[in-house]
Ligand binder design. Structure first.
Ligand code: PEP
Ligand code: MG
Length: 583
C-alpha cells in the first residue's frame, strides 16, 4: 500500500480499479514486480526483442527494387543495435536485480546509450542516436501493447467504464465531456489545478477526482486497486484491509449524509434572519438538465455554451445552436443565463475552425469575448440563435471576460446589428433580454461601477478573477499552491463588485467555483452576496449553509477577514465564522 497526494476535487470517496488512459507514449509505465513475476517479465522482454528482429528481417527481405540502396544498410544498423548487450541483455539483468517492469528497465538502459551518443564529438556517429531511439521506440511499442494486464483506453474513450477509476496525465475539457454517461467512478490526473475546467467538469459529473498528482500514470498499473479520497486529495494504491474497511464505512456515511441533505431540496433558501438567497446552477450541455432538475436550483446562473463546440469537426450551425438553446429554455421554467462563447485558453477547441490561433500565454490571449469580437462569423450565428430561442423561455445573455467598456460597447453594437438582421430576415425573436457581464478580469472588477451602469446584471467569475489577480495559470499545477480565494486582493475585488451592483441596483451573482464551496458561503453572505451559481452537485450543501446562517451575525467577522493582512489569521477567522455563526 502507498499513498500519493494531489489536489482533491469534491469531497467524495471512490473505490475501484485503475484504468490507465494514456493517449501518448509520454508516460511509460514504471512499476515494481513481485518476485514471482520476474520470469514472466523477462520472457515478455525477450519476446519483444525477437518480434522486432523478425519484423526488421521481414522488411529487409521484402525491400522493393525501387528502395534507395542505403535502406538495407540502415536496417542492418538497427539489427546490430538490437544485438547490442546494452539493449538486449542488460535490461534483462535489471528486471531481475531491481524487480522492475520491462519498460522501465529498457528506458533506463536506452537513456544511458542515448546519452553516450549525445556526447560523441564525431557528428556522423552522433546521428546514430536517432537510430537507437527508433529501435527503442519499436521495442517499447511492442512491450506496452503486450502488457497482458494493460487495457488501455487509448482511443476508445467511448466505452462504458463500469465504475473504473481513470488514471491519466491530463483530461482535456473536451475529453471530460466525452466521459459523461460512461459510469466512471472517479478520475485522477498528473496535471491540473482546482479551478481548471477539467476539475470543474469533475464537479459537474458529481464524481470525486484528484488533480496535480505528478507522474501518476507511471506509478500505477491497470487494475490496481485504488481509493480516491477527494476531501484530502489522497490516492491510496493497493490498500490493506483495515484501510479499505475504513474508507468503505466513510463512503457509506457520506451516502447517508447525502440522503439527509436531499431532504432540503424543496426548502426555500432563506437565511435564518429571513434574507432570501438565489441558488442557481451552472450547466455545460443540455444533457445536464437532469442533474439541474434534481438539484432544486431556481434557474441557470451560467450556461457554458462553448461545450457544444467540442469533439466535432464542424462548427455547430445557427440552427443547431438555436435548437440546443430552445431545448434548455423550454425545459427550465426559471431564468437561464446563456453565456456567449468562452473559447480559448484551456478550451482550445476549434469546432471545425481552421488553425485556431494559440498564443504563448493563451489565458491572456484571444479568448472569450475578445475572440468573438475578432470573428463575427463565429459570434453572430450564436447571437442570432440566442435571440431567436429567447422567445421560448426566460433567457438572459452574459458576456464573458470583459476588460474594457469599449469591448462592451462593441458587443452591444453587434447585438443591435444582429437584431436588425433578424428583423430584415423576417425571423421572429425576442430582443428584450437582460444583458449581463462576467466580472472576472481585475480591470473590470476595479471599475465594476462603470460596467454596472451599463449592464442589467453582473456575475463574478472567481476562477478567472483569482487566476488573473494572483497571476496563477489555472491549469498549471505547479502554481496550485498559490490559489487562495481568501487573498485580500481577491476579497476586496469581490466586495467592490458587490457594492457596485448594490449602488446601481442591479443583481450580482457569483458563478465561479468559490460560490459552490461551502467553506465560503458564510463569508460571501457576510460580504453581501445574495446569488450563488454552482455545479448542481454542490447545491444541497450550499443550501444547508444558507438555511443555517444569520447574515446579520456574519457581517463583522466577514469584515475582519476582508481586512486581515495575513493568510493564517484569515483562515482562523474563517473557521470561527463557519463554526460559530450557525443557528
Ligand atoms: C469563472 O471564470 O469563474 C467562470 C465561472 O467561468 P469559467 O470557469 O468557464 O472560465
Ligand atoms: Mg471564466
Amino acid at each position: 500500500m502507498f499513498t500519493l497526494t494531489g489536489t482533491g476535487i469534491g469531497r467524495g470517496i471512490a473505490i475501484g480499479r485503475a484504468l490507465i488512459w494514456d493517449r501518448s507514449r509520454s508516460a511509460i509505465p514504471n512499476y515494481r514486480l513481485q518476485k514471482n513475476e520476474i520470469n514472466q517479465e523477462i520472457s515478455r522482454f525477450s519476446h519483444a526483442i525477437t518480434l522486432v528482429r523478425s519484423e526488421l528481417k521481414h522488411v529487409q527481405d521484402n525491400l522493393p527494387d525501387s528502395a534507395p540502396p542505403e535502406t538495407a544498410a540502415f536496417i542492418d544498423v538497427h539489427l546490430m543495435m538490437l544485438d547490442d548487450p546494452v539493449l538486449s541483455e542488460q535490461p534483462l539483468a535489471s528486471i531481475a536485480e531491481h524487480q522492475i517492469n520491462a519498460e522501465w528497465s529498457l528506458q533506463n538502459h536506452s537513456n544511458t546509450l542515448i546519452s553516450f551518443f549525445d556526447n560523441i564529438s564525431d557528428p556522423y556517429l552522433r546521428t546514430k542516436r536517432e537510430d537507437v531511439a527508433q529501435v527503442v521506440d519499436r521495442i517499447m511499442d511492442i512491450l506496452i501493447r503486450s502488457d497482458s494486464d494493460t487495457h488501455k483506453l487509448t482511443d476508445n474513450i467511448d466505452q462504458v467504464l463500469n465504475d473504473q477509476i481513470i488514471v491519466a496525465r491530463d483530461i482535456s475539457p473536451a475529453d471530460a465531456i466525452r466521459l459523461r454517461q460512461r459510469h466512471l467512478s472517479a478520475f485522477v490526473t498528473s496535471l491540473g489545478g482546482p479551478i481548471s475546467h477539467t476539475a470543474i467538469l469533475a464537479r459537474s459529473l458529481a464524481i470525486p477526482a484528484i488533480v496535480g498528482l505528478h507522474d501518476v500514470t507511471r506509478s500505477i498499473r491497470n487494475n490496481d486497486y485504488l481509493i480516491v479520497d477527494a476531501a484530502s486529495g489522497a490516492l491510496i494504491v493497493a490498500p490493506d484491509d483495515e484501510t479499505l474497511e475504513f474508507f468503505k464505512s466513510a463512503r457509506e456515511s457520506q451516502r447517508l449524509r447525502q440522503n439527509e441533505l436531499s431532504k432540503l431540496r424543496k426548502v426555500h433558501p432563506v437565511t435564518a434572519d429571513g434574507q432570501p438567497i438565489k441558488l442557481l446552477a451552472n450547466i455545460e450541455l443540455p444533457e445536464d438538465l437532469d442533474t439541474f432538475k434534481d438539484s432544486g436550483a431556481s434557474g441557470v446562473g451560467l450556461y457554458r455554451t462553448e461545450f457544444l463546440f467540442m469533439n466535432r469537426e464542424n462548427l455547430p450551425s445557427e440552427e443547431e445552436q438555436y435548437n440546443a438553446y430552445c431545448h434548455v429554455l423550454q425545459s427550465v421554467d426559471d431564468p437561464v443565463t446563456i453565456r456567449t462563447l468562452d473559447l480559448g485558453a484551456d478550451k482550445q477547441v476549434d469546432g471545425g475552425r481552421k488553425e485556431p490561433k494559440v498564443s504563448m500565454t493563451p489565458a491572456l490571449g484571444l479568448r472569450a469575448i475578445r475572440l468573438c469580437l475578432s470573428e463575427p462569423s463565429l459570434f453572430k450565428p450564436q447571437l442570432r440563435a440566442i435571440f431567436r430561442a429567447a422567445q421560448f423561455g426566460q433567457a438572459r445573455i452574459m458576456i464573458p471576460m470583459l476588460s474594457s467598456l469599449q469591448e462592451l460597447e462593441q458587443t452591444l453594437a453587434i447585438i443591435r446589428e444582429v437584431c436588425g438582421e433578424l428583423d430584415r430576415d423576417g425571423l421572429s425573436f425576442n430582443a428584450n433580454l437582460p444583458i449581463g457581464g462576467m466580472i472576472e478580469v481585475p480591470a473590470a472588477a476595479i471599475s465594476a461601477d462603470l460596467f454596472a451602469s451599463k449592464l442589467d446584471f453582473l456575475s463574478i467569475g472567481t476562477n478567472d478573477l483569482i487566476q488573473y489577480t494572483l497571476a496563477i495559470d489555472r491549469v498549471d499545477d505547479t502554481v496550485n499552491y498559490l490559489y487562495d480565494p481568501l487573498h485580500p486582493s481577491v476579497l476586496r475585488l469581490i466586495q467592490n463588485i458587490i457594492r457596485a451592483g448594490e449602488d446601481a441596483q442591479i443583481p450580482v451573482a457569483m458563478c465561479g467555483e468559490m460560490a459552490g464551496d461551502p467553506n465560503f458561503t458564510r463569508l460571501l453572505l457576510g460580504l453581501g452576496l445574495r446569488e450563488f451559481s454552482m455545479e448542481p452537485s454542490q447545491l444541497l450543501e450550499i443550501r444547508q449553509q444558507v438555511l443555517t446562517s444569520c447574515t446579520a451575525d456574519l457581517i463583522e467577522l466577514a469584515g475582519q477577514i476582508l481586512n486581515s493582512s495575513d493568510s493564517h489569521t484569515s483562515h482562523r477567522l474563517l473557521d470561527t465564522l463557519n463554526a460559530g455563526s450557525g443557528v
